[in-house]
Design a binder for this molecule. Structure first.
Ligand SMILES: Cc1cc2nc3c(=O)[nH]c(=O)nc-3n(C[C@H](O)[C@H](O)[C@H](O)COP(=O)(O)OP(=O)(O)OC[C@H]3O[C@@H](n4cnc5c(N)ncnc54)[C@H](O)[C@@H]3O)c2cc1C
Length: 501
């Protein structure tokens, strides 16, 4: 399989050299991006990476951007009046094409791929993937290209989780078909009745009964569960309410066709049911699964959740940078083509400043995302610095995207508010991310707590508080009992007399 992958890459290099102007143009437009991966962190060679990137750019220009409207149309058609949602035909075609072109499972980092025999994924580092994921993120819908290339959420996080914590049998049963794109998955943590941004609150009841677990409770906002392609769910609940708070939870791999799962309704976000993936409310009524469905071991649910949040979710940030680029591109095109009060909008100082600030914000955000990806490669996602930066980018990048999308909408006037431009989608995606990927406040809280911890052992910590000198010889301005000079006293007396009049 590894040899087949190398062959595919070699073919891609050759194909790229003979390819026409679209790819060359597209490659130039991304050439300002910094180099991808340090050789020490693994990953593929610069040449192979360049070839892969050129193939992806061609795919985006030839197959993704021209089909964006059709993709949304086919998705919306799925949502109407049926409870049997499946992939739109367009996605099926694109999945086959992407797979054949080697644009498949690129998200799976080289170190995780090694855990499953090195036969899957593109052999990329997280840093290399950041570059490609950003390019995929320039599509509208933000996960259109990701869906075509088997790099979509929540499957990417789920696949990494199973690769890292699953038994050999669990990997055979669920990971192999997920990596093949044969099935899709969902991740069920959030519950309507508890503040689910705090994973210790999760309260679905998982009770041992002989060789089985019996599950009862309710979840909501479970993305992907609306699709008939979704065959497995990672379910988080409590197996031991008497254990310490972080050891009460477990994760189970639950077949979606197990009796006892009721899909109540797809929730809508800004009026959209996001078919065919959907965000489902679901109820478990005496759902029974064998005990060997547990991931890793009972009581490890909280720890798995913590570790899953790193790789599974930085992808949203990588894609969000792509969405920022798309919004800025639309903003500039609009400003150059629209004339108001005798001048193109692009000639107005306020617009120039907005555009320049957006460029600065995007580049700063990209830098942080790349640094986080690099730290994941170099130190792993349990490292304190990595985790802090992951929290920071998760809070900062969606907010940056929301701001830039908002400015782009404003420049488009009324057109920016309707579905004639992709800006409504981009704006909504940013707003959603600020909760769906964990609320901003929770990411800032985590990053702040870690900052205080790091500050205590920092190089500057011994300097302590800055205090002005307070020794016995410190100078003094005056004592309040010092005699006032005659001239000043006369001035004071005159003023007070004036006020008494
Ligand atoms: C489109 C979409 C898709 C989703 N997909 C999934 C999915 O696939 N699987 C899944 O399990 N969940 C999913 N979710 C749910 C999402 O992860 C949760 O909504 C999120 O974690 C917040 O949990 P909560 O809604 O219970 O909010 P709560 O935990 O009740 O928090 C509410 C608000 O309180 C504030 N807050 C909370 N803690 C603090 C704090 N420490 N300091 C200051 N303020 C704080 C924040 O403003 C927060 O937004 C999805 C959500 C959306 C919108």
């Amino acid at each position: 399989m590894a040899a087949a992958h190398a062959l595919l890459l070699a073919r891609t290099v050759a194909a790229t050299r003979s390819r026409g102007s679209t790819v060359a143009r597209a490659a130039r437009s991304f050439s300002a991006l910094p180099a991808a991966a340090p050789a020490a962190a693994g990953g593929v060679s610069d040449e192979a990476f360049g070839a892969l990137k050129a193939t992806l750019l061609e795919f985006m220009h030839e197959r993704i951007y021209p089909n964006e409207v059709e993709f949304l149309k086919q998705c919306h058609a799925q949502g109407k009046g049926t409870s049997e949602w499946t992939h739109p035909p367009l996605i099926i075609d694109l999945m086959r094409e992407a797979k054949a072109a080697g644009l498949w499972n690129l998200f799976l980092p080289a170190d995780t791929a090694a855990l499953v025999g090195g036969k899957y994924g593109g052999g990329l580092t997280n840093l290399q993937y950041a570059d490609l994921c950003e390019i995929m993120g320039t599509s509208v819908h933000a996960e259109f290209a990701a869906q075509a290339t088997n790099c979509t959420s929540p499957d990417t996080g789920n696949m990494e989780t199973i690769a890292r914590f699953g038994s050999e049998e669990q990997k055979r049963r669920w990971l192999d078909p997920l990596l093949a794109g044969e099935i899709r998955s969902c991740f069920a943590m959030t519950e309507p009745d508890v503040a689910s941004s705090d994973a210790t609150n999760v309260s679905v009841d998982i009770r041992g009964d002989g060789d089985d677990y019996v599950v009862n409770g309710r979840k909501w906002w479970i993305t992907g569960a609306g699709s008939l392609h979704c065959k497995v769910m990672i379910l988080m609940g409590k197996t031991d309410v008497d254990a310490p708070p972080h050891a009460q939870q477990s994760m189970l791999l639950v077949p979606m066709d197990a009796p006892g799962i009721r899909l109540v309704r797809p929730l809508t976000v800004f009026g959209d049911d996001d078919a065919p993936k959907g965000h489902m409310e679901m109820v478990f009524e005496d759902l029974r699964v064998p005990k060997d469905s547990v991931l890793w071991e009972p009581g490890k649910g909280f720890e798995i959740a913590q570790r899953r949040l790193g790789p599974g979710r930085i992808h949203h940030c990588m894609r969000a940078i792509g969405q920022c680029e798309r919004a800025l591109s639309l903003m500039c095109a609009r400003a150059e083509s629209r004339v108001a009060f005798g001048k193109p909008l692009a000639a107005r100082d306020g617009v120039l400043e907005d555009v320049a600030r957006a460029r600065g914000d995007i580049d700063a955000a990209r830098h942080l995302v790349r640094e986080a990806a690099h730290l994941m490669d170099a130190k792993g996602n349990t490292d304190a610095h990595t985790r802090q930066l992951l929290s920071i980018v998760k809070a900062l990048v969606p907010a940056t995207l929301q701001r830039i999308a908002d400015q782009a909408m404003q420049l488009h006037g009324a057109a920016g508010l309707c579905a004639d431009t992709p800006l409504v989608h981009i704006f909504a995606a940013a707003r959603i991310l600020r909760i769906a990927d964990g609320p901003d406040a929770v990411h800032w809280r985590k990053a702040g707590q870690m900052e205080f911890k790091q500050q205590r052992s920092s190089r500057l910590a011994p300097l302590g508080l800055y205090t002005p000198p307070r020794d016995a010889n410190e100078p003094h301005f005056r004592y309040t009992t010092d005699a006032v000079s005659p001239a000043k006293q006369a001035e004071l007396d005159a003023f007070e007399a004036l006020m008494r009049e």
